[in-house]
Design a protein around this ligand. Sequence first.
Ligand SMILES: Cc1ncc(C[n+]2csc(CCOP(=O)(O)OP(=O)(O)O)c2C)c(N)n1
Ligand SMILES: [Mg+2]
Length: 802
Amino acid sequence: MEGARMIPVDEAASLAMLRELERKVLWISSFMIHHANHEVDRGDGLKVGGHQASSASLVTLMTALYFRILRPQDRVAVKPHASPVFHAIQYLLGQQSLDQLQNFRGFGGTQSYPSRTKDKDDVDFSTGSVGLGVAVTGFASLVQDYVHAKGWSKEWPKGRMISLMGDAELDEGNIHEALLEYWKHGLKNCWWVIDYNRQSLDSVVSDRLFMKLAALFENLGWKVVLIKYGKLLQRAFAEPGGQRLKEWIDDCPNMLYSALVFQGGAAWRRQLEQDLAIHPDTLAILRRHDDTALANLMTNLGGHDLEAIIEAFEGAPGDQPVCFIAYTIKGFGLPFQGHKDNHAGLMTKAQIEALRLREGINQGEEWDRLSGLRLPVAQIEDFLARVPFRQKGRRRLQGARIPLEPFPRLEWKGQVATQTGFGRVLDEIARVNGPLAERIVTTSPDVTVSTNLGPWVNRRGLFSLASQEDLFRERGLMSPQRWALSPKGQHVELGIAEMNLFLLLSALGLSHSLFGERLLPVGTLYDPFICRGLDALNYACYQDARFIVAGTPSGLTLAPEGGAHQSISTPLIGMAQDGLAAFEPAYADELTVIMEWAFDYIQREAAEDAERRWHRDEKGGSVYLRLSTRPLEQPLRTTTPDLRQAIIDGGYWLRQPDPAAELAIVYCGAVAPEAIEAAGFLCEDRRGVGVLAVTSADRLSAGWHAAQRAREQGDRGVRSRVEDLLCVLSRDAALVTVTDGYPETLSWLGGVCGHRVRALGVEHFGQSGSIGELYGHYGLDVNAILAAAEGISGRPVRYRFQ
Ligand SMILES: Cc1ncc(C[n+]2csc(CCOP(=O)(O)OP(=O)(O)O)c2C)c(N)n1
Ligand SMILES: [Mg+2]
């Protein structure tokens, strides 16, 4: 009989200790939230919240995990609203400071949702946007396999990548996309622990959905473990009449169960006496419990029973992925437990006082790590000191920097598109086969060939834990793609799901910190579909994952493909996305310079003072390349150090303006020929019209903001690249800017030195056509530039084409 199992003495002592710690975790996390809302006056009248109910839901599960199950190499994504529980546990383990707890949700304090970058303690994965923290765990596990398959990470054993997730997170589509992708790659060492409180933010989750989900997980190779009943209930079920009680609970609608949990013992008794009136054995079980004991029994779900939880975790299979469905009660142990509206509920002063008294904590000792615990202090400290999880202290690892030399020096002649250039640079890196090539990992959501990664993949192979030859090649069938799969491969092929691309880049880009091995991830996708993965891109940047992503092809310029494939807003995304330096070069030599810089930039480590200026030159970040399939005649020039620096800073005068010029043309990206040709025509009747090449509107504007900030802070001599560039023009000069994207990408340039601007770009959906037709229709062609020049200068131009 399960419930009556004899527990060895050591085990009993360990459970008793965990029960004490569980109480303490509930108290500290609850008090943290209470303190932030009632004790701290932030002067703005806002309650800061803290999601007490959602947090309490995970107390038992996290107590079991952190104090017993986890090993240092395990990495955990904690559901957003369990942040207080996470920090309270770190505090008990001596890995979080009191002032951080006391400043929960305050400026510089513990974050509302666990954050790798903002929290001071050791958060493994940020969470917040539900579903993303969950899905990144599986990708992290794939990255762990990748690193070990290469024979690296010898010092750091494989761990489990764990998500402690809310049940409503499974509503997010990205989870399902990820599950399919994991299956293809043979996911291992991943646990998802679902806090099945059957509640989300607004409501109670529909009954029985979970059986469907369990089937889904099993179908995809996961082991599903239900942690449904605690030991009290298991014992009651074993008594005469107990099966009837079990059936009653199994059939009980979530809504009714939640209401009874909230109402407590007397309500349970009324309901059960009524529903089970004809089953005297079952009633007898109930009558052996007073109201308090009855409420305890009926709420003894698996997710709040340490013994049941530990049994489930310790019985889990080796490296098979496991989905634990842990039945819990939202707000367990708190006055609003089970209430369907409890999501944003806060405890009153009287309620927190009652909790303090219940937990035996003296007034003034609310923050004391051990006050109120009923075991000797020395014994508790000894236990805490031996908790396996803390044995390696802070688990932020570091990866050695990868040298870039020799970086390809290619000659660019004739007509080359930036996308082609991108493929050739990678191909050349692969051919040279130095340390840089060894650490690059490429990935793409089913657009590997069409984004020009093909030659790289031919040389470096596809990654898979299992080897498989390229059958076409084996049979001597002609194909330009040689796609053998093996653990040596360096390209991870993904199905068409851009969310997965960015989640994988997020995991690859944290490899140095998670596994101590630096990878240099490069992802490609069609530029418009950045929007499909945008929240995952934002998430990756928020975690400070490091990668290069190429959005290609982009804009109207991929003309015949039509409007659904022509990106408009991505340049603005590139500018506005923190942690991502965006470039849109026109020429392959610029692109080469940018790529070399990018492989260095993604390896730079945080220098604290860099952020104050919001210019991440020392701190580093990720890089976005917006590329094109339009072949352009390449300039014959040498990239001098000055030119290289200008390309990185974001722009240079391709054609220097006359100081008295009344006009300059500014372009970014594939519209370079139109800008140059228009300037040529304009020069016939205007003095020295300049042509400004913008390689990165993002970096130009970031540099400008940084310089302004520095000057405001007293560093008066600082000037940014864009100020140097534009201030050679007289104040009366006008700018005509042109780019294959939203015009505001460049229109801000007028604000730098006070020039008038006419900004050309794309404001409406594109359509199929030739480049000439589309540029003409949308106003990016030479004629449009001439018309803009005429309009803004108020003086006719000599040439106009009708
Ligand atoms: C992408 C996204 N949409 C909406 C929210 C707002 N939100 C925060 S928690 C939550 C529901 C959470 O329910 P569940 O995951 O079941 O967690 P519980 O609080 O019940 O443990 C929602 C909708 C969010 N954080 N992220
Ligand atoms: Mg929930």
